[in-house]
Design a protein around this ligand. Structure first.
Ligand code: HEM
Ligand code: NAG
Length: 325
């Protein structure tokens, strides 16, 4: 650990001296190679075993990384519970429907028993999303580690950071641009909606009082069957699938559906109706390997958004709480 820090500081001085940017020092491949050599293996084993018990955990890890990283930093702030002056980000309406948080603790417990107080929750979120994508038939992303966990919640910043289901594509593109993800990358990342579910609350404004005229009528019929109430009770679990053919496979079916006007959220269908994004939709619909390649690149950029690497952060012992020390 000491040598790692020394090397990091030396290279920092070197890089500053030669006027390079010193971002390379922040995260690194295999950050835990000395302190917890099996860290990445342990995460992978846990993600696999959780997937076999509850397949949708793998789906959750993708959304969890997005909702953590897009709000300020990949710092596991999303995982904090409301206690001791902290207001949990989980109560935000943007985070509605998020699930499987308790299994993050399962992964953390496995790491704590091998390497106590070493592997951050922020790195667990990154690595589990990476390994979850593989379980869903998606690409494998080479991710760096070394993120620290925040000591605060960013609840107040969520609405201005995470796009809503009905925001304009120009707004969505600007949000992703602000974390270094270009148009092609944004189109690819939304392909995560190839897996999982959407609650009726986020769909009904496209169905009632009149059906969105851009929507395929048969798909609208399916959605109205799934969501028969114009004002769904938010406490009732009523949801629909974006990709009915392969809701557990991270593939380009999402783009094929968009091309048939079977996009679920307003933002999904906007990818096709917006002339800036539609050429990428067509390319991704035609070529799954291209989708996977762009998805990997964009997920990597997302996973490296503004990490905490110094003493501003910590390695939480329990992902739900700031350390008491
Ligand atoms: C403009 C950007 C985005 C918007 C507005 C958006 C919005 C939403 C909404 C409203 C839901 C349904 C939540 C529910 O009702 O339970 C959802 C689900 C989901 N989103 Fe996104 N999302 C966006 C981008 C992303 C990105 C970039 C990822 C990951 C890379 C992602 C991954 C997921 C996943 C996996 C689900 C399914 C969750 C589950 O089944 O539990 N989303 N998203
Ligand atoms: C977007 O949907 C939310 C509910 O999820 C609603 O409050 C808001 O008015 C909608 N915005 C637009 C522009 O339709």
């Amino acid at each position: 650990m000491a040598t790692q820090k020394l090397l990091c500081n030396l290279s920092l001085i070197f890089l500053l001296f030669f006027h390079f940017h010193y971002g390379t020092c922040e995260l690194q491949l295999n950050y835990y190679s000395q302190t917890c050599p099996n860290a990445e293996e342990i995460v992978k084993e846990q993600v696999i075993s959780l997937y076999h018990k509850h397949g949708n955990t793998a789906v959750s890890w993708l959304r969890t990384l997005f909702h953590d990283c897009m709000v300020q930093s990949c710092d596991a702030s999303l995982l904090l519970e409301s206690i001791n002056g902290i207001q949990s980000e989980k109560i935000s309406t943007r985070n509605m429907g998020m699930r499987n948080f308790k299994y993050i603790n399962t992964i953390k417990d496995a790491l704590e028993s091998s390497c106590p107080m070493t592997v951050s929750c922020a790195d667990i979120l990154a690595l589990s999303a990476r390994d979850g994508a593989v379980m869903l038939g998606g690409p494998r992303v080479e991710m760096k580690t070394g993120r620290k966990d925040s000591k605060v919640s960013h609840l107040a910043e969520i609405d201005a950071s995470l796009p809503n289901h009905n925001d304009s594509m120009m707004y969505v593109l600007a949000r992703f641009q602000s974390v270094g993800i270009d148009v092609e990358g944004t189109v690819a990342l939304l392909g995560a909606h190839s897996v999982g579910r959407v609650h009726c609350l986020n769909i009904v404004d496209r169905l009632y009082p009149t059906v969105d005229p851009t929507m395929d009528p048969n798909y609208a019929k399916y959605l109205m069957g799934r969501c028969p109430h114009p004002n769904p009770d938010p406490t009732v679990v009523e949801y629909a699938r974006s990709d009915r053919e392969s809701p557990m496979i991270l593939d380009n079916m999402y783009y094929k559906n968009l091309m048939k006007n079977k996009g679920l959220l307003t933002v999904d269908q906007e990818l096709l109706s917006n002339p800036i994004t539609s050429p990428y939709v067509e390319k991704m619909a035609a070529d799954n390997a291209y989708f996977h390649e762009q998805f990997s690149k964009a997920l990597l950029i997302l996973s490296e958004n503004n990490p905490i690497t110094g003493d501003d952060g910590e390695v939480r012992t329990d992902c739900r709480f700031v350390n008491r020390d």
